[in-house]
Design a protein around this ligand. Structure first.
Ligand code: ADP
Length: 484
């Protein structure tokens, strides 16, 4: 009213003192000519406005010149102050009864961040949930007339959520992009590696093929060379075998030659005796002494028998060796050899000790076994000839569990010369004067012994003299060869 009278128009927000209803009062002066004679006032309720403005998550307020919220879509904010109020201000407001004598409380909020007057952010009581606070964007404009300010407050939670969402989305997209980039880089690297590996493999393959081809060629060559060598070896072996057979036979003939001398001597004695006995028998007949004549003839018969034994030995020795090996009596083989050298043993006063259990058999071939023992005994007789004691010992062990027999022939001679010992079983190794030894005896002997599946060794005895040992393989007891 005062403003209308003074300025022609007035506007005021207030709470009706009678009704207690808040409203906007508009006043206009009434003139009579130039003189203002009164004023007309209209009060407009703001309720409709408030409800029209109400939107969820938003607040709209009008702050008057006192800084007091007079229109608000948040009912509880109404008639609270946005500015701190001094004591006199409070008093004036109460006196004017503008707000129906209410004490104006301060709205609990605080500005944050940018302090731009037209747009700022503040922490306010939450628009939806009582007792909590929310971050609100405040946009303010001065009202078209007067000193009021219109403010719109927006909850930033949604925007922040959106921001977070957008951030998360962008981050996600970025991460996916980064992962994809990483994947692409990795994939590229893998492809490059794969290509490199393929290339390396191809090169290695080529290299391998070349190497294989080279090796194959070398192998083929080596193989052909080997085939040639094998063929050559086989030919050599055949030649060797043939030669060996010849050597055995030659050796045998050499022994026979030696034996012939002994035999001549051996046969000569009975021949002389037979001659004498025959002459005497004739005389006895002439004297009609028939009984004596018959006795003489009987003695002739016995002598002829023993001579036949000797010659049959020679025949048995000279005959072709039988390939089949059987259990041969060792004692009989030694007895044959002894018989061959009987005259030498006797004449040279050699003591021959034979200790072989009767029935001892070895796995051999009869005539070859005789040849072996004849060779060894002949060598032993040669060795002891000039010795002070002339002893030859022949022994055979009991067969062991497998039926193997160990045969030894020892002599009291000078022993085997050390340089000969290493090559003893090689052909043409001899220390005997020319014409007496060919150096084939032991070579033949060892070959024959090998043929028996046996083994011959030679050593010098500690007491002096040589020792020859033959380890015979197990005999097969079911097949025994007796006699010659
Ligand atoms: P040879 O009797 O024709 O010389 P051997 O092969 O039978 O051929 O013997 C070779 C050599 O081995 C003999 O010359 C001899 O030196 C030596 N030897 C063989 N047996 C004996 C032995 N019992 N004592 C000493 N030396 C031996």
């Amino acid at each position: 009213f005062k403003d209308a009278l003074a300025q022609g128009r007035g506007r005021f927000f207030g709470i009706g003192t009678n009704t207690g209803i808040p409203g906007l009062y508009f006043a206009s002066a009434i003139h009579d000519g130039d003189t203002a004679i009164g004023a007309a006032a209209v009060k407009v309720s703001v309720d409709a406005l408030e409800s029209a403005w109400r939107t969820p998550g938003e607040a709209a307020i009008v702050v008057d010149s006192n800084g007091v919220i007079v229109i608000s879509t948040q009912p509880e904010w109404k008639f609270t102050a946005m500015r701190a109020m001094t004591e006199p201000q409070q008093r004036d407001i109460q006196a004017s009864r503008q707000y129906a004598g209410r004490i104006v409380e301060a709205l609990q909020y605080r500005r944050v961040g940018d302090r731009n007057d037209s747009a700022w952010i503040g922490i306010f009581p939450d628009l939806r949930r009582a007792g909590r606070t929310a971050r609100l964007l405040v946009m303010s404009r001065p009202a078209p007339q007067g000193q009021d300010t219109i403010m719109v407050l927006l909850d930033t939670a949604g925007a922040r959520r959106q921001q977070r969402l957008a951030f998360a989305f962008v981050t996600g997209v970025f991460l996916i992009a980064a992962l994809y980039a990483l994947y692409a880089v990795q994939r590229r690297r893998v492809i490059v590696e794969k290509l490199k590996a393929q290339e390396a493999l191809r090169r290695a393959n080529d290299q391998l093929e070349t190497t294989v081809a080279q090796r194959t060629a070398a192998l083929t060559q080596a193989n052909a060379q080997m085939q040639r060598e094998i063929a050559e070896r086989e030919r050599t072996e055949q030649r060797l075998r043939a030669t060996q057979q010849e050597v055995v036979h030659a050796g045998k003939l050499a022994v026979i030659g030696q034996m012939a001398a002994g035999l001549t001597h051996e046969l000569n004695q009975p021949l002389v005796a037979i001659r004498t006995l025959c002459d005497n028998a004739r005389t006895f007949f002439e004297r009609n002494q028939g009984a004596q004549a018959i006795a003489n003839l009987e003695r002739v018969g016995r002598l002829v028998d023993s001579m036949a034994v000797l010659t049959s030995e020679l025949k048995a020795f000279a005959r072709k060796p039988e390939v089949e090996r059987v259990a041969v009596s060792l004692g009989e083989a030694v007895a044959h050899a002894r018989l061959i050298y009987e005259s030498r043993i006797r004449d040279e006063a050699v003591r021959l000790d034979v200790r072989i259990a009767p029935g001892t058999t070895v796995y051999a071939e009869s005539s070859q076994l005789q040849q072996v023992i004849v060779n060894l005994l002949g060598n032993a007789l040669d060795a002891v000839r000039d010795a002070s004691t002339r002893v030859i010992a022949i022994e055979a062990s009991e067969p062991d569990a497998q039926g193997r027999v160990r045969f030894t022939l020892e002599d009291s001679g000078p022993g085997i010369a050390p340089d000969v010992l290493a090559h003893l079983f090689e052909p043409f190794v001899t220390t005997k004067p020319r014409g007496q030894g060919l150096g084939l005896g032991l070579a033949i002997t060892s070959r024959i012994v090998e043929g028996f599946g046996a083994k011959i060794t030679a050593t010098n005895r500690d007491e002096g003299g040589a020792r020859f040992t033959i380890e015979f393989a197990a005999a097969e007891p079911q097949r025994t060869e007796h006699g010659r």
